[in-house]
Design a protein around this ligand. Structure first.
Ligand code: NAI
Length: 264
């Protein structure tokens, strides 16, 4: 456990919905809000993982926590989820669109289906989340906050991850456009841009389309400079809470992400 209890005055009793909450950054974020006393909806397409997150969130301090098994790329399912949440739990105060999948491979090695798969989850999933829950927030008229998990890849061209990086650049721009639109309604929008974080996504990442020698060189360079894979998801969760507390627009999280943002 961390030290998020001190933000109970701000988040206590608020309704926080996190997607991709079955593991990694999403689970850590659900736990951080739980510690701050928020009521948590843990959404993931992996039902068991979501259930476990909700169960642990209650133990950690969430007065209530519910798992929801939903694929964020499924528009109808997201609309149904929003109706259910509004009807049974209330209007979401903080929405964290975090579900995402990795995809590595050079452009020439990436098929149209690969592009569709990654854009469906990483971009459309965020669009659906912002539409259905952001729409409810705006209608209620009492403000709120939306956090979208983009990536340092959004401002760091890479021949190893063109589809993933493109999906995240789109999420970054969507977040900034939405921030401008919703500011007048008291709804903040933040884009969180982590570099390399120690989760399932990076454990299984492959630098496909890059020679083994080049992959080894990249991994070595990265781990020497930044402790590749050592950056804990809990610290990204902390950055997400701070983004809401301080209404930050774009937040590069890991050291290499901050470096990439400065260069872009
Ligand atoms: P993770 O793989 O541990 O967690 C992702 C979660 O999203 C999983 O529980 C997965 O089941 C869920 N998910 C995937 N597709 C889904 C769908 N269609 N509907 C509902 N749930 C779905 O990985 P991690 O790292 O925690 O990823 C979270 C977010 O952070 C992603 O958007 C990722 O792109 C982003 N990110 C991760 C970085 C890293 O180095 N780990 C760096 C920058 C961004």
């Amino acid at each position: 456990t961390g030290s998020w209890g001190k933000y109970a005055e701000r988040f206590g009793g608020q309704l926080v919905l996190v997607t991709g909450a079955a593991s990694g950054i999403g689970r850590a974020t659900a736990f951080a809000f739980a510690e701050a006393g928020a009521r948590v909806v843990a959404v993931d397409r992996e039902g068991e993982g979501a259930a476990r997150t909700a169960e642990l969130a209650r133990l950690i301090g969430a007065p209530e926590a519910w798992p929801e098994t939903v694929d964020v790329s499924d528009e109808a399912a997201m609309e149904k989820l929003a109706e259910k949440v509004a009807g049974e739990y209330g209007i979401v105060d903080v929405l964290v669109n975090n579900a995402g999948i990795g995809l590595s491979g050079s452009f020439l090695d990436t098929t149209a289906d690969d592009w569709r798969r990654v854009l469906d989850v990483n971009l459309w999933g965020v669009i659906h989340g912002c539409r259905v829950f952001g729409g409810q927030m705006a209608e209620r008229g009492q403000g709120g906050h939306i956090v979208n998990t983009a990536s340092a890849a959004a401002f760091q061209p890479s021949k190893a991850l063109p589809a993933y990086a493109t999906s995240k650049a789109a999420v970054l721009m969507l977040s900034e456009c939405l921030r401008a639109e919703l500011a007048g309604r008291g709804i903040g929008v933040s884009a969180i841009c982590p570099g390399i974080v120690n989760t399932n996504i990076t454990a299984t990442a492959r630098f496909a389309g890059v020679s083994e020698q080049e992959e080894n060189r990249l991994r070595k360079k990265s781990s020497k400079l930044y402790g590749m894979r050592n950056y804990p998801p809990e610290k990204v969760a902390g950055a997400i809470l701070h983004a809401v507390l301080n209404d930050q627009a774009v937040v590069p999280v890991t050291p290499e992400a901050r470096g990439a943002r400065l260069l872009s």
